[in-house]
Design a protein around this ligand. Sequence first.
Ligand code: ACO
Length: 362
Amino acid sequence: MAQFATLTGWGKCMPPAVLSNADIATFLDTDDEWIRTRTGIHERRISHVSLGDMAEVASRRALACAGLAARDLDLIVFGTCSMDEQVPNMASGLQARLGASAAGAMDINTACTSFLYGLTTASAMIKAGTVKSALVIGGELISPMMDWTNRNVAVLFGDGCAAAVLQATDREEGVLADRLGCYGEVRGILQVHGMGLNYANRGWPLGDTDWVFEGQEIFKRAAVGMSRACEAVLTARGLAAGDIHLVVPHQANLRIIEAVVKRAGIPMERCFVNIQRYGNMSSATVPVALVEALEAGRVAPGSNLLLTGFGAGLTWSAHVLRWGERVTPLGMSDAELPPCTRTALEMVRGYIAVKQGSRYSA
Ligand code: ACO
C-alpha cells in the first residue's frame, strides 16, 4: 500500500518584543508610510533568546499537538540560515533538548525556503519507508546578524520559529506534489557578507555583516520562480486554481505575494497573509503562517493547500499539501520562553553599538 506523510502536529514560538516601523525610524532614514506601502510590513519581532530556545518551545508545542512523544521521533530536520552554532548542527541540539534520542538530526540551509526543502526531505524519507515520523523546523534569529545601518534590508526582516510533525499514513495526505528549484546563476543578488569561512579567512569578524541586496531583481526572480513552481505542482496533480483552498506563501513582500497569487489565478481571499505583524522571518514565515491559518480556522479537513517560497540562492519551491481530518491540536504544551526584560528597540540599539565598535565600521 502506498505510504504518505501527513502533517499531524504544528506549533510556533514568537518572541514577544515588537519592533514597529516607527521604532526603526528613530535610527534609520525611513518612515512607516514607506515601509507599509512598499512591503506590507507594520512590525516585526526581535528575539531575546537563542534560536535553539525558540525551536525547543515550537517543537514541544508541535509534538503535543500531534500527541507524539519526542522519543518516538525518527528524524529532525532543522531549516535555518541563522544557526546558533554551525558545528555541531542545530538539529542535534534540539534532539538533546527534547530527549528525542532515537532521531537522526540534520540541518538544511536554503535560506527562506529551508522549511519547505525540509518538508520535501522529511516527506520523501517517510514515503520511502526510511523513517516513520519526523519533526521539521523553520526558524531564524536574524536580528543579531542584520545590518541595522542599511535601510534597504533592515526594515524587512524579523525573528521567529515554527515546527511541524509528519507521520506515515496510508491515506492520501501530506505533500502530494512538490517542485524545488534554484536560480544559482544570480546567487550574487542576495548575499550576507561576514557569515561563513570565506569571510573569516580574510579576517572579517564573523557576524559583522554587510548585506548585498538587489531588491528589485530579487522581487522579479522571486515572482517568476514561485509562479513557475506553483504551475508545476498544480499540473503534476491535475489541479486547477479552483481546487486550491488556501495558499500559504513565503511572506517577504505583500506585493510579491499578490503578484504570485494573481498569476496562479487564485483570489487573495484564499491566501493567508501575516506579513504585517512579523515581516520576513526567512524559513519561519511559511510554518508560522500555516500555524496561524489553522488557529484562525482557515484550514478545513481535506483542504488542498499550496505552499510556495523563495530565498537566497536564489532558491524557490512549491508544494501541494493535502490536509488530513484533524485541524485542532490533540494536546497543548506548557513550554514557554523566559520573560523578556528589554524592549525590541533596546536590543536593536545594542546590536548597532556592537557594530559601531567593530573595526570594519566607518
Ligand atoms: N525607507 C525609505 N526609503 C527607502 C527605504 C526605506 N527603508 N529603502 C529604500 N528606499 C528608497 C530607495 O533608496 C529608493 O530611493 P531613490 O528612488 O531615491 O533611489 C526608493 O526608496 C525606491 O527603492 P526601490 O528599491 O525601487 O523600492 P522597491 O519598490 O523596489 O521596494 C523592496 C524595495 C521592498 C526591497 C522590494 O524590492 C522587495 O521587497 N524586494 C524583495 C526583497 C526580498 O523580499 N528579499 C527577501 C529575500 S529572502 C532571503 O532569502 C533572505
